[in-house]
Write a protein that binds this ligand. Structure first.
Ligand code: NOJ
Length: 767
């Protein structure tokens, strides 16, 4: 990383006019315009900038949590943002240009009116919100939805969330989170698309397309997307949220950056910088990331917003001396908008007056923010999203709830189903629904819902009752709290299990056990629930485990040994219906794990695509010594990435490549036949993995490069056909650049990261 490290040091050391001159005019950069509309917007914006005072400029770069509609728990003393009267005054003065986490058409109009009618320049406010997996209608948490391996679904749920948000006076969402999550201890795994780079890229682009829509940002249903947290935030050492990150440039560019690039290629026009330091430089003060890569390499034209006071945290990092220094470093690095800290407002005038930040850099940041407001159509229609009739018509619509149910069904992953215990019969079978999540509604939305409609949460019990013919066949017993014992709970559970034909054990994590600041040292099921599972298993009744979870879990003892295990995550508003649809066989399960379930917590961080070692072990060699394994387990997964069963079975034929040699600019077709040997319609997700056998950097054992969804009627056989090209064989080399090397590649078309037998394809050198 020599050259980038040098650039970084040079930039960080800069201060004063001489240093700033060294940045060169190119760094300040002329704005690019791609259309007549953008040229008009630019003329309008530049005319405004010419009239703005330095305080008004700082105001456009200042973002506060909305005190009118959403009060943050910890009001920041720097700016009194929890005080509506104070913020009203700031809007009038033009010292705040952006508010977040307030919603509502009526309130939006009231607050926007202050900016448009009562401030000197009448610049509209930008309203942002954390709309992560739905607004009032709550869709599955992003990790769950990733299990559908279905970009079209992700795009549709993002679209529905955007329609609800945009009708509720929101212009920007702080989503998607595109942090590739390889350590399941990290609580925010739940907010993203899991451990795989390719799946993150594909879903990142789909979600951006969904939020922003296809009719331009000025469309009434569009939300500006904000991929976050740039960059490598999820690589927090030991999985502890906010922890520092340290990695090679090849890993940064090969694993953590691609989903951001995919988001920008899909049109995302804002991005959030993270809390973490990367290789010793906090990303919110990191010009190499925020300017060299983001602007100069990728040509990103939108604005960068810090994450909740992350510029202020440069002080705690020991990277800035005080608030003024922190504002200087963040601004010079490339952060355009400051979230909550108030530091930009407080210090920009003096930083510019003393020559520590060039006015041109402030103007550039203001231009980016105002150009985005213009792209959203706010100068022409500042009251977009402020029509309560439209808000009532679209928010929580039947179409959105139907979609939440469909997405819920597609997110469910069947890990195990011995003796075809599932599906259960909707009648004639006595079911004991046991565990803390049976009648619970507090843990079906999962983390990151501020406005979900709590009156429309479907519990498992409600879903089961709606699906079952005779309500008398279901008994519901809690048995245990999530993290504490329940007096008499186990006795009641054992009694109920004894009288039932089958037990459905709904156990796992509560909403609060994943999400921001919710890292865990062990990714296991809490002890009181393990005791419950033990007691229920001892009754000898067949047990179906329904896991509630925001990350991969370590499964042990009677949970691991249960004949049927289903991953149900947090599925949102329609959770109970979606689970019942699968459990009672209305729909065959089709989800696949977007994260590996390791044997033991201590394998973390774990991802299927870790680089191979010189002492590889394999699954069957538990007693082999002097290989890369633990004393207690091989370093494989109990349930690997990509795994997921359905009702009945799907078998794979041999993989046939059209040719065994791939020309440099050519392609090879690979095909495999898949057969549904069961008696129900199913959907199979065929996965294409590659491995570069000999390369100039040690490669992962496998990398996912494509998938095909195949729907199969009972007894049907179809071919899944893939096209392999050189671009899919590329990796990031030691110099940080995309590399592809001629030679032999293993290629799998198979059902999971641990299944299948490879064929070989030789990439020929350029002719
Ligand atoms: C902090 C979180 O890290 C980020 O994801 C979120 O968007 C902001 N807070 C705003 O709520």
């Amino acid at each position: 990383m020599t050259s980038s490290a040098q650039t970084l040091t040079r930039r960080h050391m800069l201060s004063g006019a001489a240093g700033l001159a060294a940045l060169g005019a190119g760094w300040i950069g002329a704005p690019r315009v791609a259309s007549a509309r953008q040229a008009d917007n630019l003329a309008r914006v530049d005319a405004l900038i010419a009239r703005m005072t330095i305080q008004e400029k700082a105001g456009q770069l200042n973002l506060l949590a909305d005190p009118f509609r959403f009060r943050p728990q910890n009001v920041n003393p720097l700016d009194g943002q929890g005080d509506p009267a104070r913020v009203t005054q700031m809007i009038r003065e033009g010292t705040v240009g952006n508010l977040f986490n307030g919603i509502g058409a009526d309130a939006g109009r009231r607050i926007q009116t202050i900016a448009v009618e009562e401030s000197r320049l009448g610049i509209p406010l930008l309203f942002a919100a954390d709309i992560i997996h739905g607004l009032k209608t709550v869709f599955p948490v992003p990790l769950a939805e990733a299990a559908a391996f279905d970009p079209d679904l992700a795009q549709r749920t993002a679209r529905a969330a955007a329609v609800e948000g945009a009708a509720s006076a929101v212009h920007q969402t702080y989503a998607p989170m595109v942090d590739v999550a390889r350590d399941q201890r990290w609580g925010r795994v739940v907010e993203g698309a899991g451990e795989d780079v390719w799946l993150n890229e594909v879903l990142s682009a789909a979600r951006v397309r969904g939020f922003q829509g296809e009719r331009g940002l000025a469309d009434r249903d569009a939300l500006l997307a904000t991929p976050k947290h740039f960059a490598a935030y999820s690589a927090a050492i030991a999985g502890m949220d906010y922890n520092t990150t340290d990695m090679s440039e090849a890993t940064l560019r090969g694993v953590f950056l691609p989903p951001f690039k995919a988001a920008f290629e899909a049109g995302a026009l804002s991005v959030m910088s993270g809390f973490n330091a990367l290789n010793g430089v906090p990303v919110t003060g990191n010009p190499w990331l925020l300017t060299d890569i983001l602007r100069d390499e990728w040509g990103f034209a939108g604005f960068v917003v810090s994450d909740y006071t992350s510029e202020n945290e440069l002080i705690a990092h020991g990277f800035a001396a005080d608030g003024r220094d922190a504002a200087r470093i963040a601004l010079l690095a490339g952060v355009d908008m400051s979230m909550v800290s108030g530091l930009y407002l407080e210090h920009i005038p003096d930083l510019v007056a003393k020559g520590d930040v060039p006015l041109a850099r402030v103007d550039q940041a203001v231009r980016r923010v105002l150009m985005t407001k213009a792209a959203l159509g706010l100068f022409d229609n500042p009251y977009r999203g402020c029509d309560p009739r439209r808000e009532r018509a679209v928010v929580g619509s039947k179409a959105h709830h139907d979609l939440a149910r469909e997405a819920g069904v597609k997110s469910i992953v069947l890990l195990k189903n011995e003796g075809a215990l599932l599906p259960l019969k909707p009648s004639g079978q006595k079911i004991a629904l046991i565990g803390p999540f049976g009648d619970d509604v507090d843990n079906i939305f999962g983390p990151w819902t501020i406005w979900g409609d709590e009156s429309r949460r479907v519990s498992l019990e409600a879903g089961f009752r709606a699906a079952m013919a005779d309500a008398g066949d279901l008994v519901v017993v809690k048995g245990s709290e999530v993290e504490a014992e329940l007096a008499g709970g186990i006795e009641a559970a054992v009694l109920a299990a004894g009288q039932a034909d089958v037990v459905v054990l709904a156990i796992g994590e509560s909403t609060r056990m994943s999400g921001e600041a919710q890292s865990r040292t062990e990714i296991d099921i809490p002890a009181p629930q393990r005791a419950l599972a033990e007691a229920v298993a001892a009754t000898g009744k067949p047990v179906v485990v329904l896991l509630r979870n925001g990350r991969a879990l370590e499964l042990a003892g009677p949970v691991k040994d249960a004949p049927a295990i289903v991953v149900t995550w947090f599925l949102g508003s329609e959770m109970g219906h979606a689970v019942a649809d699968v459990v009672f066989g209305k729909v065959s399960p089709s989800g696949r794990l977007p994260v590996s379930f390791p044997h033991r917590s201590g394998q973390s961080p774990y991802s299927y695509d870790h680089r191979i070692t010189g002492r590889p072990a394999d699954n069957s060699l538990a007693t082999q010594e002097y290989v890369a394994r633990y004393r207690e387990t091989t370093n494989t997964a109990l349930y690997p990435f990509g795994h997921g069963l359905t009702y009945g079975a799907v078998t794979y034929g041999a993989v046939t490549p059209s040719e065994t040699s791939l020309a440099w600019d050519g392609s090879v077709e690979l095909s495999v036949s898949v057969t549904n040997t069961g008696d129900r319609a199913v959907e199979e997700t065929v996965q294409l993995y590659i491995h570069d056998r000999v390369a100039s950097l040690v490669q992962p054992g496998r990398r996912l490069r494509d998938v095909r969804k195949v729907t199969l009627a009972a007894g049907e056989t179809k071919a899944a056909v893939f096209t392999l090209r050189r671009s899919q064989l590329e990796f990031i080399g030691g110099d940080g650049r995309p590399t592809v090397e001629p030679g032999v590649f293993n290629v799998w078309l198979t059902s999971s990261a641990q299944a299948g037998t490879p064929v070989t394809v030789r990439l020929a050198p350029p002719a």
